[in-house]
Design a protein around this ligand. Structure first.
Ligand SMILES: Nc1nc2c(c(=O)[nH]1)N[C@H]1C(S)=C(S)[C@@H](COP(=O)(O)O)O[C@H]1N2
Ligand SMILES: [Mo]
Length: 251
């Protein structure tokens, strides 16, 4: 993936920017500017710290690539996933009781129905979803900006990460607040002109197009603003990092 070589370049760039004096200086710089992934130096290690820091410093608020309509994949690949028991109950009721709970470090916790979410300003994007296993597809996603949802709830100043959960209790992830507020990060209910199919995470999926596919959690039910991730689950910041993938999956 070409993103890999770009990442390597950026990582080297950060080390160079730190005065060619080696990784420790760059790491201290990263720390000074608050660019340390949640568990750096422990499970995440130096390489990921620098990848994350370099991306935040150099890539910053840059956008994931958006594609013209004719590049939408004709046969997108739905990676099989298990939505869990709670999903089956909600599906039996036609998803009428589906809610997105918004909680944690917010001024006004919310419980939003699917129609509530569809009343928010509509956003769409044609972006690529890339799995770490090497395949990818391009699709149009439609939904609300996660930033609008968070603004409605009123993020408290100490919030630094957003944890998000699905009907499957085993599947959850976290992103930093900059990623959560990024205009391309969407709470999606539509795909390629239709309701989001169950195979692709319907009725509700978080789309995080600047990171690898596993950050785009299917069957989204809950987002929680937190000031750190170590107290969540096994402290790795998500289910995928728990299995050995990077917490930061920027592409
Ligand atoms: N709830 C849930 N979300 C999930 C997964 C999962 O198993 N459960 N798999 C992830 C992984 S590893 C990838 S690559 C993408 C696959 O998305 P797709 O089915 O649209 O191809 O979904 C992600 N979101
Ligand atoms: Mo994946």
């Amino acid at each position: 993936m070409s993103g890999m070589s770009r990442r390597t370049l950026l990582t080297r760039g950060l080390a160079a920017a730190a005065g060619l004096s080696g990784l420790s200086v760059a790491a201290r710089l990263a720390e000074r500017y608050g660019l340390i992934p949640p568990d750096a130096g422990n499970i995440y290690g130096m390489g990921e710290t620098l990848t994350y820091a370099a991306n935040r410093l150099i890539v910053g608020d840059s956008a994931a690539r958006e594609f013209p309509r004719h590049m939408i994949s004709t046969a997108p690949f739905a990676n099989p996933s298990m939505p869990g028991e709670m999903f089956k109950r909600l599906e039996a009721g036609g998803f009428a009781d589906w809610r997105l709970e918004v909680g944690g470090m917010v001024a006004r916790p919310l419980s939003l129905s699917l129609p509530d979410l569809r009343r928010l300003p509509e956003r769409s994007q044609i972006t690529q979803l890339a799995c770490e296993e090497g395949w990818s597809y391009i699709a149009e996603w439609r939904g609300a900006a996660l930033a609008d949802v968070l603004n409605a709830a009123g993020l408290l100043p100490g919030a630094r990460y957003l944890a998000y959960y699905s009907t499957d209790p085993e599947s959850w992830e976290t992103i930093d607040i900059a990623e959560a507020r990024h205009p391309q990060t969407l709470v999606t209910w539509g795909m390629n002109g239709n309701d989001l199919p169950v195979g692709f995470g319907g009725p509700l999926r978080l789309r995080v197009p600047r990171q690898l596919g596993y950050k785009s959690l299917k069957f989204l039910t809950r987002v929680v603003a937190v000031d750190g991730v170590r107290h969540l689950g096994q402290g790795t910041g998500g289910a995928n990092p728990q299995w050995g993938y990077s917490w930061y999956a920027g592409i």
